[in-house]
Design a protein around this ligand. Sequence first.
Ligand code: GLY
Length: 336
Amino acid sequence: MNEQWSRRDLLRLGALTALTAPVIAHGRSSQIGPAATIICSRGEAWGRKVLEPAWQTWLSSGSMLDAVEKGANVVELDPEDTSVGYGGLPNEDGVVELDASIMAGPFHQCGSVASLQSIKTPCSVARLVMERTDHIMLVGEGAKQFALAHGFKEENLLTDKAREAWLKWKAGLSTNDDWLPAGEKPVQRPTGTINVLGVDDLGDLFGITTTSGLAYKIPGRVGDSPIIGAGLYLDNEIGAAGATGRGEEVIRTCGSFYTVSRMAQGMSPQAACEAACRRIIEINRGVVDFNVKVIALNKAGEVGCAQLQGRAGTHVSFINGKGFTALEGAIQMAKK
Ligand code: GLY
């Protein structure tokens, strides 16, 4: 890239690319080969829901950026998923606050939003921050006003399912307040999140991470998902990585950047994900009682996944010209 280009030049170029995208897409459609790959941080069931429409978008538009956004939007818009977008578990005041980030490899563009309220698809707002501003991150009310100005609708994101879970958590907090617990075990505080990473047939990389963050968090708490280098990172010459799970641990290890930097040293995506998990175990002196999962994809379409803990089953899935595959992630359990 010409280093004399200003960011504004790149923004103009982005606009130009958007205008010419359909032409490029038609030119490419006959060349779409098995190298194009999309990976997401979910196993069989959600993986299919996310990756099949994402792959269809890739085939029909030739835009891997549109494809990863489509995949992430599926989870953001689904009220059944309580860790991302609409239906996400709220903060301790019962308000849903969403975080998301996006990166586009060819010009190393980034966009993100944090603590965004009342908008169902935060990754699409992050994309607009990337494409339509000279900034990288918008937070809170500013992010919401920006989204509304671009035509997003203000909506209630708290579903009955999430509201009931929040009330149960609140009731179980203390025996010394006026909220009566239901007499069940203390409620776990899940961190969900989804990463969707894609490489196109030219080897260009794109990625998204989107979440409602730690359930019942202190209002204003921001996790790793909207932080470039933490919940998401890519280097168009190397590969892409995304993280889910306990965001604080991913922030303090720059988890996604760490993973990509290991790939830059020659590691496979799988080895790099395992290295990132080992790093978290190391800085916690071998004792972890939380989960982090890291996924990665390189320019050749090779994938990797590792996590600190996990139930049996598939933890990651990917799709390419050969079809859909769901895999178990390597589990790096810390010694107690
Ligand atoms: N990884 C999601 C969060 O901690 O907010």
